[in-house]
Ligand binder design. Structure first.
Ligand code: HEM
Length: 334
């Protein structure tokens, strides 16, 4: 199957993301960052997947995805009233909606520069095109994987920058420099994004420290002995990336937010925020791009402060600042 769209985000994403309302709807507000960014990350995932602009319909879809997300980490009892039951119901509604989108796209016969069109053109190794149900199933995964982790990850960037004012100042200097090299309203180009070494390291370090996707599930396909432990074929195992990322064996002072650790190349296989091997996250380049654009817009346009006490980390369903990080945020007046 040919599916290149997210492997080469250079061409698509800079162009697409700039056409989405990128940030807050007003000049000042106090709100939970996770709420705002969830909507933003979802809009981007929906746009990259199906070229759907934000609407009431997409807001409803995000709500349904919220139930689906909770259902994936609930006990699998399909009994009315359980979270799992609600998640199954909502997933059927999302699948029906995606089916309508596929049918309407087939009728229009228009090719868009998005994942849906790429899937519709794709063939398997026998040259057979994917069915609507196959496309629908891949899309639901892409949109799910494409917004949930991204939203939490962007919130962690804000948290770490706020907690480290020296690094925040340096990032601001870097980003203002980039901004000043552009004329007013000129969008960032791929070259500009390559010209943000410190911000890129902040992105890498946030991925290491936040571990928003802390593990991957795998099935053992043959008997194996690992460090004296026998693991039989058929067992389910978790590859726990968090173990590598927070190990003092691999990282000096591992709980410290220190982007400078990425100034030199790391040892192989100790940094895997997007997994490894054939199932490596296909959205990894898109996420980094979103993060650079997000930080650029954030630090050059807004100032903010955290409201209330630091409430630590909530580990369910994935690690995130407890409560979603309440911020008082306002537009910088020049
Ligand atoms: C900070 C954001 C993200 C993180 C940390 C992340 C991390 C991961 C990880 C660890 C995996 C599992 C890899 C494995 O099993 O080896 C994965 C899989 C996947 N991710 Fe991401 N991801 C992020 C964002 C995205 C985005 C934006 C998209 C799409 C637009 C996406 C789409 C997918 C898909 C479709 C898979 C399944 C791949 C497969 O099973 O072959 N992810 N991601």
């Amino acid at each position: 199957m040919r599916l290149s769209i997210l492997r080469d985000s250079r061409d698509v994403s800079v162009v697409k993301l700039k056409s989405i309302s990128f940030w807050m709807p007003c000049d000042a507000l106090t709100s939970f960052m996770l709420l705002i960014i969830h909507q933003l990350a979802f809009n981007i995932a929906l746009y990259v997947s199906c070229t759907l602009p934000p609407s009431d319909d997409s807001a409803k879809m995000l709500e349904d995805y919220g139930h689906l997300s909770i259902g994936t980490v609930s006990l699998p009892f399909d009994i009315p009233g359980t979270r799992f039951h609600v998640a199954l119901k909502k997933s059927k509604e999302i699948l029906a909606r995606l089916n309508d989108i596929i049918i309407s796209r087939r009728m229009k016969k228009v090719v868009y520069d998005d994942i849906l069109s790429s899937l519709m053109e794709s063939t398997d190794k026998n040259g057979k095109y994917l069915s609507n149900n196959e496309i629908r199933d891949i899309l639901i995964t892409f949109i799910f994987a494409g917004h949930e982790t991204t939203a939490v990850f962007l919130v962690w960037i804000v948290k770490y920058l706020t907690d480290n004012p020296d690094i925040l100042e340096q990032v601001k200097t870097e980003q203002c420099h980039v901004k000043m090299s552009k004329s007013e309203n000129e969008p960032l180009s791929w070259c500009d994004l390559k010209n943000m070494p410190l911000t890129s390291r902040v992105v890498q370090e946030t991925l290491r420290l936040s571990n928003v996707a802390p593990f991957s599930p795998r099935e053992v396909i043959e008997d194996v002995e690992y460090k004296g432990v026998f693991i039989p074929k058929g067992w389910k195992v978790q590859v726990y990336y968090r173990h590598f990322h927070l190990s003092p064996e691999y990282y000096k002072d591992p709980y410290k937010f220190d982007p400078s650790r990425f100034e030199l190349p790391l040892k192989p296989s100790i940094y895997m925020p997007f997994g490894n091997g054939v199932r490596l996250c296909p959205g990894s380049e898109l996420v980094k791009l979103e993060a650079l654009l997000f930080v650029h817009n954030l630090v050059t346009t807004y100032s903010w402060k955290i409201v209330g006490q630091d409430r630590g980390t909530q580990y369910w369903p994935t690690p995130r600042p407890r409560g979603g990080l309440r911020l008082e945020i306002s537009k910088i007046v020049n």
